[in-house]
Design a protein around this ligand. Structure first.
Ligand code: KMH
Ligand code: ZN
Length: 283
């Protein structure tokens, strides 16, 4: 029996960037998003990171679209629902925060909080301090646990800034998104450095972009962390082979974790790891 702590997997199944041109299996409709979340849960994911799309694939942060997906997901399984407040490049803060208004049975258990601006390919994912403070305040007011999205090293200091301002609590949960063109590369030495900056008692996961997705799962597994996989970050199962769905990437991540001696955490165990067992949405 393994004594290593269980590892949780987050499935980022939609995102704002991947389209049918990259992989026809990217889910757009709330029903497609829900079905994919459920398939990922069946393969071992205990959290789903949600975005929404209009029927033509345009990214949307509409609370109605998120709500429809969440309702379907919760009717079928106990996966933790984490909503994006990052949305897509160019969206306003107001637009990005719409999913935080969902309440009752549709309330998310977690929400992302990006801790700074970053070059995002040819564009800029803008998160100036007033916007970060605003989004952090809204997440806190909604009683939701934030997942701090870290695209580069200085963002660890920005997280500390938010904590000093009383907008987030430490320990926290950090997600290192490594390999965005313009952000910190998906290298093991970069991950090791980030870990030296982690506030005491915090938890962490890694999301490797593109071909770095599965290697970063292994890096996280070996270091006692957690990982995120799915079409938001990568649409290939292996070189030149499109994944049939994010569920195949979850399945591959599960196999890697087990090979590294890590058992996959259930949603209940993940809620314990993240300290969200008592949140309104998980009751
Ligand atoms: N789509 C990216 C520009 C998040 O979900 O919090 C931002 C993003 C981050 O996806
Ligand atoms: Zn996202």
């Amino acid at each position: 029996m393994s004594l290593a702590p269980p590892m949780f997997l987050t499935a980022a199944i939609v995102g704002a960037e991947a389209t049918h041109a990259q992989n026809p299996a990217v889910p757009y409709l709330p029903s497609e998003i829900a079905d994919e979340a459920i398939r990922c849960w069946e393969k071992g994911a205990s959290m789903v990171h949600l975005h929404a799309r209009k029927p033509d694939g345009t990214p949307s942060q509409s609370a109605e679209l998120f709500g429809e997906a969440i309702e379907r997901i919760r009717a079928a399984c106990d996966i933790i629902v984490q909503v994006s407040t990052g949305g897509a490049v160019g969206m306003t803060g107001e637009e990005r925060c719409q999913p935080l208004t969902l309440s009752g049975a549709l309330a998310p258990e977690m929400a992302t909080l990006s801790c700074g601006s970053v070059n995002f390919g040819e564009e800029i994912f803008e998160n100036p301090r007033p916007l970060m403070r605003d989004i952090a305040g809204r997440i806190r007011a909604a009683g939701i646990k934030p997942e701090l999205e870290i695209f580069d090293t200085g963002m660890m200091d920005e997280a500390r800034y938010l904590q000093k301002k009383g907008l987030i609590d430490f320990p926290a949960h950090f997600d290192f998104v490594l390999g965005v063109p313009g952000g910190l590369a998906a290298r093991e030495d970069a991950l090791d450095y980030l870990l030296t900056l982690l506030p005491e008692g915090s938890t962490w996961s890694v999301a490797g972009i593109g071909r770095f997705e599965l290697p970063m799962v292994e890096a996280a597994a070996k270091r006692g962390g957690h990982a995120r996989v799915g079409f938001e970050d990568n649409v290939f199962l292996s070189k030149g082979v499109l994944a049939k769905g994010s569920f195949e990437l979850v399945e591959a991540a599960t196999a890697i974790a087990k090979r590294c001696g890590r058992r996959i955490a259930t949603p209940a165990e993940t809620r314990q790891i993240l300290g969200i067992e008592g949140s309104v949405a998980s009751q």
